[in-house]
Write a new protein. Structure first.
Ligand SMILES: Cc1cc2nc3c(=O)[nH]c(=O)nc-3n(C[C@H](O)[C@H](O)[C@H](O)COP(=O)(O)O)c2cc1C
Length: 388
């Protein structure tokens, strides 16, 4: 990142966040950036990563380095995965395709949220790369199973079943901002949008001139209609009756890799393995669902000890720096998911911004590996970190 050109002026992920904040309407930025309730978990995610310290080794030849990992038997050049973020298509016109293309260019998996503005078949056709599909169980399970069959037919390789939101959240700022999907004109919204013309012309009007008001394209028709427009982040399409039986059933239905996302308790990690999952994501949803949870990075060692390498363990929530990723890998995680940073990159400059977000992680991980005296991810051990 020496010449200041390829960087687009973004030197770290905070720069991307700031650019997204300026570009997006306030209500939309808050939806994309904030957490739930008092945002204790959001702060805790960062504080925990900051409290973990690195213990480098020196005088190792680190002139040749690789951050390649192998995930589900497939090599990927860097140890991160793009997390599912619903409504990415509101960050940028067809933002899901932009972000998926950036992930493909970096050779890492992109997870499409069922709550996308772009149909899953189009993302598969226009982005390529390694695609994972995330969903929540809908009250009518048969509709979810039909959706999963579509993802399978479109070539998605892994299914991510998010289990940490049996009911929807009441994020107060979303209610206050009144930003809804589908978008509904209110005086407050219209003022917000008019004062962000780049988003108005670059995103909203482009949809209006092509496919119409942006909506959850993968959802059953009745949840897409304007009459049911809900504040962002609120959904009627969640199922409070889901249990481990659903995971076992999905195991029978889904031929590819099955990943349970939103595990925070070591016992649930074991249950996921017992229920046939191939992997879990240790996650508190970036602090966006239940507040006051522990940072996933702090429960990671207990989870790893409990599952004893029976399944792949991915972690997310709060990873903003290459050094954060290195800390998780040193503790034994197989890979790290990143949510907000690539989303902010997409909101800042579309595919170029998403590419830059992933490039920042790549550059930082590379540098930190060298400074740690490691030439590859396998060199990292728990002895390289000091836990709080
Ligand atoms: C705007 C936004 C939308 C999200 N939507 C979903 C979703 O639809 N499904 C899901 O499993 N997780 C969703 N997440 C959570 C992410 O997958 C991920 O767990 C979280 O963002 C990780 O934390 P980080 O943003 O600090 O990297 C969303 C996160 C954000 C920021």
């Amino acid at each position: 990142m020496s010449d200041g050109k390829g960087t687009l002026g973004f030197y770290n992920t905070s720069d991307l966040r700031e650019a997204a904040r300026r570009r997006l309407p306030h209500g939309l930025f808050e939806f994309m950036d904030r957490g739930n309730d008092d945002e204790i978990a959001v702060r805790e995610n960062r504080a925990a990563l900051e409290r973990i310290r690195l213990k480098p080794r020196v005088l190792v030849d680190v002139s040749k380095r690789s951050q390649e990992i192998s995930l589900f038997g497939k090599r990927q050049p860097m140890p991160i995965i793009v997390a599912p973020t619903g409504s990415t298509g509101l960050a940028w016109y067809e933002g899901e395709i932009a972000l998926a293309r950036a992930a493909a260019a970096h050779g890492i998996p992109f997870t499409l949220a069922a709550g996308s503005m772009t149909k899953l078949e189009r993302v598969a056709a226009e982005a390529g790369g390694t695609l994972w599909f995330q969903f929540y169980m809908w009250p009518d399970r048969s509709l979810s199973h039909q959706l999963i069959a579509r993802a399978r037919d479109a070539g998605f390789e892994a299914l991510v079943f998010t289990v940490d939101a049996p009911v929807s959240t009441e994020r107060e700022y979303n209610l206050r901002n009144g930003f809804t999907i589908p978008f509904r004109m209110t005086r407050r919204n219209v003022t917000d949008v008019l004062t962000h013309p780049r988003w108005l012309f670059g995103v909203l009007l482009r949809y209006l001139l092509t496919t119409g008001m942006p909506r959850y394209e993968n959802f059953p028709a009745h949840t897409q209609t304007r009459i049911t427009a809900l504040p962002m982040g609120r959904s009627t399409a969640l199922n409070a009756t889901t249990t481990w039986d659903d995971v076992r059933e999905l195991r029978k239905l889904w031929p590819g890799k099955l990943i349970v996302k939103g595990i925070q308790h070591p016992r649930d990690a074991v249950l996921a393995a017992d229920s046939g999952a191939d992997a879990i994501v240790v996650s508190n949803h970036g602090g966006r669902v239940l507040d006051s949870t522990t940072a996933p990075i702090l429960v990671l060692p207990q989870v790893l000890a409990a599952v004893k390498k029976r399944i792949t363990v991915i972690v997310d929530s709060g990873f903003r720096r290459g050094s954060d990723v290195v800390k998780a890998l040193a503790l034994g995680a197989d890979a790290v998911m990143v949510g907000r940073a690539p989303l902010h990159g997409t909101a800042s400059a579309g595919e170029a911004g998403a590419l830059r977000a992933l490039e920042i992680y790549r550059e930082e991980i590379d540098r930190v590996l060298a400074l740690m005296g490691c030439t590859c991810i396998a060199d990292l051990t728990p002895d390289h970190v000091v836990m709080p």
